[in-house]
Design a protein around this ligand. Sequence first.
Ligand code: SAM
Ligand code: SF4
Ligand code: SF4
Length: 389
Amino acid sequence: MSERVIPLVDQRLQALPAHLPHPPVLATGTLADRLARPLHDLRISVTDRCNFRCSYCMPKEVFNRDYPYLPQSELLTFEEITRLAHVFTRHGVRKLRITGGEPLLRKHLPVLVSQLAALRTLEGEPLDLTLTTNGSLLARQAQALREAGLQRVTISLDGLDDAVFRRMNDVDFPVSDVLEGIAAAQAAGLGQDAQGHWRHLKINMVVKRDTNLNQVVPMAQYFRGKGLSLRFIEYMDVGATNGWCLDEVVPSQELLAMLQAVHPLVALPPSAPGETAQRWGWADAHGRHDPALGEIGFISSVTQAFCHECNRARLSTEGKLYLCLFASQGYDLKTLLRQTNPPVTDAQLASAIGHIWQGREDRYSALRAQMPPASRTAGKRIEMSYIGG
Ligand code: SAM
Ligand code: SF4
Ligand code: SF4
C-alpha cells in the first residue's frame, strides 16, 4: 500500500505582530468586524497535545514522536490567559470555551477554570464557561472542574461500537471510559439547567462516511431519553494533514432524514446569536419537543456555512489570536503581554485586539465551494489540535 504524503507546514511560526493603533480602539462592547460581526465568543486552547490520534484531526503519521509540539516555556500561563480573557470581555465577549488538543492534559486545569469563572461580562454577569474534551480523563476530573466553577462541558464521542471508536481515536481507547466520563459529568451537574434538563451537556460526533456513518442511529437511540444534546459535525477540511476529501463528508440533511425515519424530530429556534448548531428536539407522542428526551444538533460547516454570523475568536496555547478556524496566520499577543519596558496596559491590549477584530473579513466556509480544490488544500493552514474546535 502506498503511503499518503502529507504536507507539514508549521504555520505557528508565522505570526503577525499585534500593533498598538493610533488613535486607540476603545473597548465599548460594540466592536464589529468588516462584515459587521460582533465578538462574543473566545475559544482558548490550553495545550496542543492529545492522548488520541483521531485520523480527522491528528493523524498518527504526522503527530508522531518527532512532531514539534510547543515547548512549555512558550505556553501562556494561567494568569496571562485570564488577563487576556478579561480584556476580551471588555469588547463584549460573553462565552469562553476551553479547548486543545486535549485540555484535560493541561496540569492544574481547575485552577485556570476558577480564575476564568471569576470574570464578568461588561454588564457584570458571570460568563458562560465551558470546555470541550474527548472525555478520556473526565471521570476523574469532572467534580474538581465543577467545584472550580465550570458550568458545562462538551464531550466528543464518534461511535458506540468499540471497534469503530477505537479505530476513530486510533490509540485503542475504549468507549466505556468515555461513557464513564459522561456519567461523571452528570454526577457533577455539568450542563444541567435550572429546570433540571441536560441540554447544555453536549456530545459531539464527527461523521465520516466510510468510518462511522453506521454509528449515527445507534448514537441517537442511545442518547434519546437522556435529555442531553447530541450534535453531528460535518467532517471539515481544517488543517493540512487529515487528507480531507468531500466524499467522506455526510451532509446534515442526509443525517436528519436518517434520524427522522427512526423517531420524529421538531425544529427548535437558535438559543443564542451565532450558534453553530441547528437545533432539533425529539418529539413526544403529540409531536411536541420533550426536553426530557433531549436534542439533536447539526453543525454543517461544509454544506451550510454560518460565517455570516461567526462571532468567535481563538486564542492559541502560546498566545496568538486567530480570527478563523481556517486562518493561516495569527496575531502575536504574547509579545505585547510580556513586554516590560514599558509594560502594556489592559486598555492598550484591548486596543490592539479591537484593531485586529475591526480588520477581520474571514469567511472561509462561505467561500469554500467557489475555491479551486488545489487552493483549498494548499497546506498553509493551522491544525485543529493546535487551535481547538
Ligand atoms: N480534544 C478535545 C475533543 O476532541 O473534544 C478538544 C479539541 S477537538 C480539536 C474539538 C472538536 O473538534 C472535537 O469535537 C472534534 O471532534 C472536532 N474536530 C476535530 N477535527 C475535526 C474535523 N476535521 N472536522 C470536524 N470536526 C473536527
Ligand atoms: Fe485529540 Fe480532540 Fe483532535 Fe481527537 S479531535 S485528536 S481528541 S484534539
Ligand atoms: Fe467562522 Fe471561519 Fe468557520 Fe466561517 S470558516 S464559521 S469565519 S471559523
